[in-house]
Design a protein around this ligand. Structure first.
Ligand SMILES: NC(=O)C1=CN([C@@H]2O[C@H](COP(=O)(O)OP(=O)(O)OC[C@H]3O[C@@H](n4cnc5c(N)ncnc54)[C@H](O)[C@@H]3O)[C@@H](O)[C@H]2O)C=CC1
Ligand SMILES: O=C(O)CCC(=O)C(=O)O
Length: 390
């Protein structure tokens, strides 16, 4: 029986894929084998020694202590692209909110309640205070051309915007999806210098914290509109405050408001709704559940942010999973332990990512003694061993 702990509400369309005969799912559960979560912050949480996997039903993993997980041999998954369309649609909505005075005008219209027959005339008189601008023909700078950035860039281009994009680490997969109408730029300075709108769609990491800062604002035109549907920490609050006060920034639309933002003029605060659509929640939950199930039952890894991709067909017998430091002589030490135990390797996969290596080893033997696990674990550099017996 595998135990799954959910730290946020996960769409039932996904959770129901776990066969209940073999899985127990609860928000409070001791000795969980896997955790599935959305935005819950795990940094202060004790990781039980039973924990094998964490799946982020979403893209951003800044709420998970990745390094600590890797050290403990816990595989962390996310669900790339599964909520990208939901976010794209809200970014486009954000761009329109930044262009037309929709939020304030709607609030003002409500103040006319009680004016009876005068309302239509008052509406016509008052509308002059809320004139805006159109997005067609304006320049949108997209920083980060991943799952979301590419969809935003293509949609904005279809709305007849001039779109420029910047992503020095862009994957081939995403490059192939980018519209030819979008201009890919090598440097951030020329991109920001021409932008009427800037959308940031990059992960929050120690390197990208405060990415939009005084220096970046200096590169931008006066009256620029900034869209942040990625993470609050990507924009330096003090620099933003100054940029709004000086008129550099006409509007800041954020999915990640804090107390400061709520008080600032010309900021439109949205309560982290980017991925809050039925479609995105279902897509993320299904992907997270499928990945966790395949890992718990077969040791296969797809869409991990800390372990290499690794998948091998099962052919009966037992499967031994080993994670070790990516240093020389590990495979031969592992094989020696198995040979000394009289265990013959049928099939083996050894995949590497940065400082770690992950091995899937299939053997014919059905019952492997716990002592084998102990011996494998005692090899210096090995930090995770699991044996799956059918
Ligand atoms: N508001 C919401 O509800 C949601 C927010 N997000 C946020 O959006 C971020 C992006 O999501 P996806 O597009 O799905 O991820 P992704 O991983 O597909 O794309 C991120 C892109 O950013 C690029 N990048 C990284 N550092 C960069 C830098 N310094 N300059 C330029 N490009 C850089 C990467 O090369 C990659 O192409 C997530 O990390 C998450 O923080 C994601 C989903 C929902
Ligand atoms: O699950 C959510 O609502 C948040 C989605 C998100 O921020 C992400 O996927 O990075």
């Amino acid at each position: 029986m595998f135990k799954i702990q959910t730290l946020n509400k996960i769409d039932p369309e996904g959770l129901k894929l776990f066969p209940l005969s073999n899985y127990e799912i609860a928000s409070e559960i001791p000795n969980a084998d896997a955790v599935i979560l959305r935005s819950f912050k795990m940094h202060d949480m004790e990781l039980p020694s039973s924990l094998k996997a964490i799946a982020r039903a979403g893209a951003g993993v800044n709420n998970i202590p990745i390094e600590k997980c890797t050290e403990k041999g816990v595989v962390v998954f996310n669900t790339p692209g599964a909520n990208a369309n939901g976010v794209k649609e809200l970014v486009i909505a954000g761009m329109l909110l930044a262009s037309r005075d929709i939020v304030e005008s709607v609030t003002w219209a409500k103040t006319l309640i009680g004016k009876g027959d005068e309302v239509p005339a008052l509406i016509e008189q008052g509308k002059k205070n809320f004139a805006g601008q159109e997005i067609k023909g304006k320049t949108l700078a997209v920083i980060g051309l991943g799952a979301i950035g590419v969809l935003v860039a293509n949609a904005a281009s279809a709305l007849r915007m001039n779109v420029v994009g910047y992503d020095p680490y862009m994957s081939v997969k995403h490059a192939l999806k980018l519209s030819r109408e979008v201009t890919w730029m090598e440097g951030v300075q020329p991109l920001l210098a021409q932008a009427d709108y800037v959308t940031i769609n990059i992960p929050l990491t120690p390197e990208t914290k405060g990415y939009i800062n005084k220096e970046k604002f200096r590169m931008m035109k006066d009256g620029v509109r900034i869209l942040n549907f990625a993470r609050g920490g990507l924009v330096d609050t003090e620099s933003l405050r100054e940029a709004i006060a000086s008129g550099k920034v006409a509007r800041y639309i954020t999915d990640f408001p804090d107390e400061e933002m709520l008080k600032m003029d010309n900021v439109i605060s949205i309560p982290h709704l980017g991925a809050s659509t039925k479609e995105s929640e279902t897509n993320c939950a299904i992907m997270a559940v499928e990945q966790v199930q395949d890992f718990l039952e077969n040791g296969n890894i797809k869409n991990s942010v800390n372990f290499p991709e690794a998948a091998m067909e099962r052919n009966g017998g037992s499967r031994i999973l080993i994670a070790n430091k990516n240093i020389p002589n590990m495979v031969s030490q592992i094989s020696s332990v198995l040979a000394a135990e009289g265990i013959n390797i049928d099939n083996m996969l050894n995949k590497k990512r940065d400082d770690i290596a992950y091995n899937i080893i299939d053997v014919a033997q059905k019952d492997i003694d716990e002592s084998v696990k102990t011996k494998l674990k005692s090899i210096e550099g090995v930090f995770m061993v699991r044996i799956i017996q059918d």
